[in-house]
Design a protein. Structure first.
Length: 203
């Protein structure tokens, strides 16, 4: 009888241990199911890489927070943008270093959502007058995302820029815009091939 109870106890412990391991494995995976991902796909890479899985879970968390902020967004852009982002992530199979490409895609997207939907602390808005012309203004808001980001507004145009390494000051780069501030003065390029402007903090 005692042997039977011991056998049951061992079986129960083994079952609990297996269940805990399965739960831990599930928790450690990405936010999506790995059951039917294609072999050799970017999704499979995310499923089998603990750090990429963690970034995927972080993105899912941030996306959920952004969804709450975007409830009254017209037109609704968030879902469409996310679908486009997934396509861009999956295009990393073309990159020389696929893993580095995927990791960068996740980090930039997380930072973008944190800035765009004001999910992290920020500084600003800070106004800059450019080229000595009062009407030529740029407004910058800086966000404590990872990597740090800024949203710059000039007229009716908006640019999201990411922090770049700089020997001095703070440098940010967007799609066709750049911003480098040092001691209250900023050098700004706004638009592809546009001349550089000198901007100073407005009083």
């Amino acid at each position: 009888m005692r042997a039977h109870r011991n056998a049951l106890r061992i079986a129960l412990v083994a079952t609990l241990a297996w269940g805990g391991t399965a739960l831990a494995a599930e928790t450690a995976g990405p936010s999506f199911s790995c059951a039917k991902v294609e072999t050799g796909s970017i999704e499979q890479m995310v499923c089998t890489d603990a750090d990429l899985s963690a970034l995927d879970r972080k993105l899912a968390e941030v996306y959920g927070e952004a969804t709450g902020k975007a409830a009254n967004e017209h037109p609704p852009m968030l879902k469409a943008e996310q679908r486009g982002w997934i396509k861009g992530r999956d295009d990393c199979w073309k990159a020389d270093d696929r893993r580095a490409c995927v990791e960068e895609q996740y980090r930039l997207r997380i930072a973008e959502l944190q800035a765009k939907y004001r999910l992290v602390p920020s500084t600003g808005p800070v106004r800059f007058a450019c080229d000595g012309t009062p009407g030529n203004e740029l407004t910058a808001t800086f966000f404590e995302s990872d990597p740090p980001t800024m949203i710059a507004e000039r007229g009716d145009e908006v640019s999201l820029m990411y922090s770049q390494a700089a020997a001095s000051g703070a440098r940010y780069q967007g799609r066709n815009e750049s911003f480098w501030e040092h001691q209250g003065e900023a050098r700004v390029t706004w638009g592809y091939g546009a001349p550089e402007m000198t901007c100073r903090k407005a009083p």
